[in-house]
Design a protein around this ligand. Structure first.
Ligand code: GLN
Length: 253
């Protein structure tokens, strides 16, 4: 089954009350609006914990959250095959931070012990040494994705190790990302994307929004994104200068 060419797109926002700490629900608003601006119908379906996850949506979104809600979310999702069914059927999935971590094979729960993840991405997350990774994150995306430099902010304790079946979303220019010693950030496998970029990521990086939408609706007419481009330039400049509001570790390239 393929979902490419859809003329009305349904976007499932999974557990916004558990995975909504960092405002990633805005990713759903961005996707829906960018479709409507192009005359394509869009609906956002909020799926709260305890509700059945629909298997028929075109795009699934998960955001960031604290360790406790993250463990609750994975328990609910493991009890349902719907997400796996949807991905196997061609749906796209963007998961941010806690959402990204729980897509992997395992992550650390609030008790500091490993919890089984959903196994939808070949990665696993451990507690990294030192302070939480907090600040601006600038990422040079993998060339195969044909995307401009990505920006956002990160706030996480976990560090993520990619397995052979997951490719990095990109390489960290400023900040930490996966922080597993290889300079990688995020993970991509098919139409599943995991990232540490908050922002919301799709508001700050509309080209990433359009890449995800193109997997569902096919080629898209360009939109005027000059204001977002200006914001991205400003954020990249601030991050590179090590502005106090912009994170505090600049990697040499
Ligand atoms: N609780 C996870 C961590 O600290 C995820 C945090 C987040 O989603 N920003 O690593």
């Amino acid at each position: 089954m393929t979902r490419a060419g859809a003329d009305h797109v349904s976007i499932a926002l999974l557990y916004p009350e558990l995975l909504g700490t960092y405002g990633d629900g805005g990713n759903a608003v961005v996707l829906a609006q960018r479709l409507r601006w192009r005359g394509i119908g869009a609906e956002v379906v909020d799926v709260t914990a305890g509700e059945a996850v629909p298997a028929s949506c075109h795009v699934y979104l998960m955001g960031g959250g604290e360790d406790g809600p993250q463990a609750l979310a994975v328990r609910e999702l493991r009890a349902s095959r719907a997400l796996r069914t949807a991905i196997d059927g061609g749906a796209a999935l963007l998961a941010v931070c806690a959402g990204y971590q729980l897509l992997g094979r395992q992550f650390l729960g609030p008790d500091g012990r490993p919890h089984a993840g959903l196994g939808l991405l070949d990665c696993s997350t451990d507690r990294g040494p030192g302070a939480r990774r907090v600040g601006e994150l600038v990422v040079e995306p993998d060339a195969s994705l044909s995307l401009p430099t990505l920006t956002g902010y990160e706030n996480h304790a976990g560090i993520t190790d990619l397995g052979p079946d997951a490719a990095p979303l990109g390489r960290v220019v400023v900040g930490h990302g996966n922080d597993h010693g290889d300079g990688s950030e995020g993970a991509v496998a098919g139409h599943v994307v995991g990232t540490y970029l908050h922002g919301p990521a799709l508001a700050r990086n509309p080209a990433l929004a359009d890449l995800i939408l193109s997997w569902v609706v096919g080629d898209l007419a360009p939109l005027e994104d000059a204001e977002v481009d200006a914001l991205r330039d400003e954020r990249i400049g601030a991050a590179r200068r090590g502005h106090p509001l912009a994170g505090w570790r600049v990697r040499s390239r």
